[in-house]
Design a protein around this ligand. Structure first.
Ligand SMILES: *Cc1c(COP(=O)(O)O)cnc(C)c1O
Length: 413
């Protein structure tokens, strides 16, 4: 019993009333691309393990080997005794993977955005002018909030709008920052990174790019959409998605990394990444550049899924990546569609406000290269029935019920 329990209960009731209450559910992840929930095996099209590396034997082996050799914890923060030769090795390999002078490891992507942005804004005199894409990830917002920086929001992925907002403030003092993602986490669309760099150059703005969903998946050899593009000041990404592990990085100039290790609270006041996590990253760095076939397969399956959704009249926002949202509108509809998918052997989690804007509730399909054609065939086959549960206009035309579908796993019939 805590003193604030009645307050917590009221807050939770309010969330329940608005279908916004969330619950934790346990998932079994024995098999790449699949998940076990309540004893049922479901096609996992809701995770970010885009290359299936989360169960790769090479990552498991090196993680275990480095833990056996160096222990389970780094024991201290990087600036005390936590920096091992393993951290230096991974940072050097990462800098060359990203084509940057230097890289710095962080505990997580959230922690990176939340703590690097305040350190950057502190570096410049006066008030920073921060231009943010409206759909930026919560951690980027958090970094701005933590810094007390007011954001000037540009319409999602609308670089004309960004350019106009920068022009409109041209006479104001203060350093300019542009914060955006190269692949957006909920819409699966891409930013035009080359044009962003040109805009940043013209307005002398510092360009900060979040590559959480592009790292490992897009760009030459999976190096991200920033690869080979000049004029991006700071790139961040995570190892928790396509890299199948955990942790995050910042890549950029040597002075940027040196500045951050001296000033960034989220780097200084936290324990260094442990050897097992570093081992998994190191093994992923061996594999990712050579996974072009997997990346091409993933892109083909995402194209098939988008076509199938469009044929049903369901929008996929600007998706052109492995993230394919099926936009359903209302939160209740998205929850109903998600429940129907689960009945049909597919884990498609409903994403609702505040993660996405009101009226933008959706199933966020996130495919993995380990999903073969047959798995995606199954997903496409159940879509008309399952999405009818969330999109009333489809309901009348839903051609069949799952009981009539011979390709369903027995337990779902
Ligand atoms: C997932 C995500 C993060 C956070 O990364 P974690 O390593 O999971 O904390 C940051 N930015 C974007 C765009 C993300 O999707």
């Amino acid at each position: 019993m805590s003193r604030l329990d009645p307050v917590f209960a009221d807050a939770l009731d309010a969330l329940s009333a608005g279908t916004m209450r969330r619950h934790l559910r346990v998932s079994g992840l024995q098999e790449p691309g699949w998940v076990v929930r309540d004893g049922r095996r479901l096609l996992n099209v809701s995770a970010n393990d885009y290359l299936g590396l989360g169960r790769h034997p090479a990552l498991i082996a090196r993680g275990a080997e480095w833990a056996a050799r160096h222990g389970t914890g780094a024991g201290a923060s990087r600036l005390v005794t936590g920096t091992l030769d393993l951290h230096r090795r991974v940072e050097q390999r990462l800098a060359s993977f990203k084509g940057c002078e230097a890289a710095l490891l962080f505990a997580s992507g959230w922690q990176t955005n939340a703590s690097v942005l305040p350190a950057l804004f502190k570096a410049v005199p006066g008030t920073a002018l921060v231009f943010s894409d409206r759909l930026n990830h919560a951690s980027l917002h958090h970094g701005c909030l933590a810094a007390g920086a007011r954001q000037i929001r540009f319409r999602h992925n609308d670089l004309d709008h960004l350019d106009a907002l920068l022009d409109a403030r041209a006479g104001e003092p203060g350093a300019r920052f542009i914060l955006t993602e190269s692949v957006f986490s909920m819409d699966g669309d891409r930013a035009d990174v080359v044009r962003l760099a040109a805009i940043a150059r013209r307005h002398h703005a510092f360009l900060y790019l979040d590559e959480a969903h592009a790292t490992g998946v897009l760009g030459p050899q999976g190096r991200g959409l920033s690869a080979g593009v000049d004029g991006i000041d700071c790139v961040m990404g995570t190892f928790s998605k396509a890299f199948g592990g955990f942790g995050a990085y910042v890549a950029g100039s040597r002075l940027l990394c040196d500045y951050l290790l001296n000033t960034c609270s989220g780097f200084i006041h936290t324990t260094a990444l442990p050897p097992s996590v570093l081992g998994a990253i190191d093994a992923a760095l061996d594999l990712v550049p050579g996974m072009d076939a997997e990346r091409a397969h993933l892109a083909r399956q995402a194209d098939r899924l988008r076509s199938a959704l469009h044929a049903l009249g369901i929008g996929t926002a600007g998706s052109s990546s492995q993230i394919v949202p099926a936009i359903l509108g209302g939160a209740e509809g998205a929850l109903a569609a998600s429940a129907a998918l689960e009945e049909c052997g597919v884990l498609g989690v409903a994403i609702r406000p505040p993660t996405v804007p009101r009226g933008g509730s959706r199933i966020r399909f996130a495919l993995s290269a380990v999903h073969d054609e047959a798995a995606i065939d199954h997903l496409i086959a159940v879509l008309p029935h399952c999405l009818a549960a969330g999109a009333p206009r489809l309901a009348a035309g839903a051609p069949w019920l799952p009981a009539e579908a011979p390709w369903l796993p027995a337990e779902a019939r």
